[in-house]
Design a binder for this molecule. Structure first.
Ligand code: IPM
Ligand code: MG
Length: 371
């Protein structure tokens, strides 16, 4: 039996509660499909800072680099507000992304029919929504140097972040977006700010060239990122794949999340380049929601984004497409049946907690493989 190595990094806040539900599913999956998942768990974020003095230790980085896939919960919280910038919980996540070279962040926003009324937008705007944000994840202003606050010596300081993109970084994220569009509805919308940023101008130029030379059979359109944000809430169903840089992708994906009803619903996959010999990609899967410290430990968090992130791992790291489809369908069924965590609660539905939600999905999943 094949062994599939998963590294679990639950992190802070609601991360551990959500991850516990994925562990249930891993056990059920091994049981009913013989998938042979082996898990190892390590600390990340504030929890790692407290216990190991760094938001991700070198030992944990080694485990992450050796795993077939990393499942990541969430990091951060007010407890670590005073921690040095280099050691803040978020730095652990950023190191994982950078050192594993996870340049392509896939954030699908799908509106489950049962949740169309949980969104703050009208049902007709979001019903049937299925878009994919492809966010560049290892470049741009997140990592550009210089990044510092300097003393100008005249009572003034200067804060600097650097937005920087090299040709190869834009080329590879553009190709990733076009390849994904090919498996979907064949349309890519590229978002940048070419009207004020050189990096936006160049981003636009490179994406246009890659389209013309390699993907001319697909549709490419360009939008300024501010206008793109507006279009996302005005008429989100016009989009198929959106490709954008690290910072715009961060913001636009939070907007897209809310289209689906709750930030608690949005999974993500962060992928590296395919290894030339094995074809294997380094990969990390995480819910888009953060650590939500205000509700942590209460057993009320929505674990569906974490569970759907595991479904993405099945799809993108293990090519277990039938299992991934079954897991996604199990989530939809539980929502249809009226089971709701607090964040997606609606009239006439049944309010359930984190672990009940996980149990319900696991039960449906088991039923699909036993019938
Ligand atoms: C995200 C988060 C992270 C980011 C934070 C936690 C560093 O907001 O994954 O969207 O800004 O990328
Ligand atoms: Mg974010």
């Amino acid at each position: 039996m094949a062994t599939r190595k998963l590294l679990l990094l639950p992190g802070d806040g609601i991360g551990p509660e959500a991850m516990a539900e994925v562990e249930k599913l891993v056990a059920v999956m091994n049981d009913v499909t013989g998938s042979g998942f082996v898990t190892e768990t390590a600390l990340v974020g504030g929890a790692a800072y407290d216990a190991e003095g760094a938001p991700v230790s070198d030992a944990t980085m080694d485990l992450a680099l050796a795993a077939d896939a990393v499942l990541f919960g969430a990091v951060g919280g007010p407890k670590w507000d005073g921690v040095a910038y280099e050691k803040r919980p978020e730095a652990g996540l950023l190191r994982l992304r950078k050192d594993m070279q996870l340049f392509a962040n896939l954030r699908p926003a799908i509106c489950y029919p049962a949740l169309a009324d949980a969104s703050s937008l009208k049902r007709e705007i979001i019903e049937g929504l299925d878009l994919l944000i492809v966010r560049e994840l290892t470049g741009g202003v997140y990592f550009g140097e210089p990044k510092e606050i300097i003393d100008l010596g005249n009572g003034q300081k200067r804060a600097i972040d650097t937005q920087v993109y090299d040709t190869y970084e834009i080329e590879r994220i553009a190709r990733a977006a076009f390849e994904l569009a090919r498996t979907r509805r064949g349309k890519v919308t590229s978002m940048e700010k070419r009207n004020v940023m050189k990096s936006g101008l160049y981003w636009n130029e490179v994406v246009t060239r890659i389209h013309r030379d390699e993907y001319a059979d697909l549709t490419l359109e360009h939008m300024l990122a501010d206008s793109g944000g507006m279009q996302l809430v005005r008429a989100p169903k016009q989009f198929d794949v959106i490709v954008t840089d690290n910072l715009f992708g961060d913001m636009l994906s939070d907007i897209a999340a809310m289209l689906t009803g709750s930030l608690g619903m949005l999974p993500s996959a962060s992928l590296g380049a395919a290894d030339e010999v094995t074809g294997r990609r380094k990969a990390l899967y995480e819910p888009v929601h953060g650590s939500a410290p205000d509700i942590a430990g209460k057993g009320i968090a929505n674990p569906l984004a974490m569970i759907a992130s595991f479904a993405m791992a099945l799809r993108y790291s293990f090519a277990m497409i039938a299992e991934a489809d079954a897991l996604d369908a199990s989530i939809a069924e539980v929502l249809e049946s009226g089971g709701r965590t607090a964040d997606i609660m609606a009239e006439g539905c049944r309010r359930i907690g984190t672990s009940e939600m996980g149990d319900a999905v696991a039960e449906r999943f088991r039923a699909r493989f036993s019938s």
